[in-house]
Design a protein around this ligand. Structure first.
Ligand code: PLP
Length: 284
């Protein structure tokens, strides 16, 4: 596949970055994952805005304007063969001549983008729902930033995989935060619940779309802090992300969620999400 590295498009096998790069040495950088349907990036403005926000918060001078980012992303999409793609974008604080925690005097960010085929959950998985486990959220206190320092998220996702599960649902101080790589929605007594945006979770692009769709279609929903106990006695749980879309979780720590089958509210939301996506992308 064709990637983009510091101004050039080239085969990913030919791209290389210095081992002195701070992305490699310190996990010092920001990233985005943008879903592409029928060659059209979904919610591109929002992804580019979230990137700018992360870069500003980590004091990494943004090397590009929003228009330039959009052009680079479209450049990657058009050079790759797949109709549906998952575009990965990373900006690191670049290389220095010494390993030094403090920033280089002159920052030359490393900009890397690549594309992979977008694989959304297969129908059988959607019909059955997926299994999740829980864990204490031991990440730092800036989970709102999409940084490449993902060791905690990797350990937490592997914790699920080790138990044959798809996702780890995280609790901090007795409250739901999110998943290792997704946001979490809860349905109780017909009401859709999800935690408010804060420094404790990533402001998901899919999370925003789901809340917009709930409002547009008049589904009862509430954004508020959610107790661990409310999650454990939920009628439905969903995980949301750009690549998983809206995916039902049907077991948590080996116990069934509700009746153990994907629930009606989640199925409705999945249908609304697909309709919305197809309308926005003018496909289907
Ligand atoms: N939370 C975390 C920790 C994530 O890594 C992700 C993305 O994969 C999400 C939430 C969902 O965000 P989005 O809907 O923007 O993909």
């Amino acid at each position: 596949s064709i990637c983009y590295l510091n101004g050039r498009f080239l085969p990913v096998g030919e791209a290389s970055v210095s081992p002195m790069d701070r992305g490699f040495l310190f996990g010092d950088g920001a990233y985005e994952v943008i879903p592409v349907y029928s060659r059209r990036p979904f919610r591109l403005d929002e992804h580019v805005a979230r990137l700018a926000n992360t870069l500003a918060a980590i004091r990494l001078p943004d090397p590009h304007s929003a228009e330039q980012w959009q052009a680079i992303i479209r450049g990657v999409i058009e050079r790759n063969e797949w109709e549906d793609q998952s575009v990965y974008l990373q900006v690191s604080r670049g290389a220095d001549d010494k390993r030094n925690h403090a920033f280089p005097k002159v920052m030359r960010p490393t900009v890397f983008l690549m594309s992979e085929p977008l694989v959304t959950p297969p129908e059988a998985q959607r019909q059955a729902g997926v299994a999740a486990v829980s864990a204490a959220d031991f990440r730092w206190l800036r989970c709102d930033l999409k940084t490449v320092a993902l060791l905690a998220n990797c350990l937490l996702r592997q914790h699920a995989v080790d138990q044959g599960c798809m996702e780890t649902i995280l609790f901090r101080d007795g409250f739901l935060t999110e998943g290792a790589a997704s946001n979490i929605f809860v349905v109780r007594d017909g009401v859709i619940l999800t935690p408010p945006k804060s420094h404790l979770m990533l402001p998901g692009i899919t999370y925003d779309v789901v809340l917009e769709l709930a409002a547009r279609h008049g589904l009862a929903h509430e954004v508020r802090e959610i107790l661990e106990d409310e999650v454990r006695h939920a009628d439905e749980l969903w995980m949301t992300s750009s690549t998983k879309e809206v995916l039902p979780i049907t077991t948590l720590d080996g116990r069934p969620v509700g009746d153990g089958k994907p629930g009606p509210v989640g199925q409705q939301m999945h249908a609304f999400y697909q309709d919305f996506k197809n309308t926005v992308m003018r496909i289907g």
